[in-house]
Design a protein around this ligand. Structure first.
Ligand code: DQA
Length: 150
């Protein structure tokens, strides 16, 4: 059984209410429930955590060492600002997949740059709540491949 940490950054607690034209009407609880369900089929125990605070997300990444084999992260706006989150991901070297509900490259230029992209396995952006599901699947396949071809 794999243990996967799903991290949600700032303002994602407001999903469902927040700019539904961009982010849709699905709530964070619904996304987390779906990921836990998907985890059963993928043989992965999914643990979600949301914070609006950069340092708490950094702490969660540090505490993931020896507990989680992989991380799925939607860092929200910190994607575009946080060297600290990028350094935390690089420091723990836990395979991480970056996800975004919206396609960040279709939006304002300040969202086109991700500080996380160079230190993650890959990025999935633009599929709404499906981005998280695809991200979890991609992470689990990556971890399985790594286990068979270390
Ligand atoms: C987001 C995209 C970010 O630019 C934005 O700040 C968010 C959500 C997304 O999931 O589409 O908070 O990460």
């Amino acid at each position: 059984m794999l243990n996967v940490l799903v991290l949600h950054g700032p303002n994602l607690n407001l999903l469902g209410l927040r700019e539904p034209g961009i982010y849709g009407s699905t709530t964070l609880d619904q996304i987390n429930q779906q990921l836990k369900e998907d985890g059963k089929t993928l043989q992965a125990e999914v643990t979600p955590f949301q914070s609006n605070h950069e340092g708490e997300l950094v702490d969660a990444i540090h505490q993931a060492v020896d507990r989680y084999q992989g991380i799925v992260i939607n860092a929200g706006a910190y994607t575009h600002t946080s060297v600290a989150l990028r350094d935390a991901i690089a420091a723990v070297s836990i395979p991480t997949v970056e996800v975004h509900l919206s396609n960040i490259y279709h939006r304002e230029p300040f969202r086109h740059h991700s500080y996380l992209a160079p230190v993650v396995v890959g990025q999935i952006s633009g599929f709404g709540p499906e981005s998280y599901r695809l991200g979890l699947q991609a992470l689990v396949s990556h971890l399985q491949l790594k286990a068979t071809n270390p």
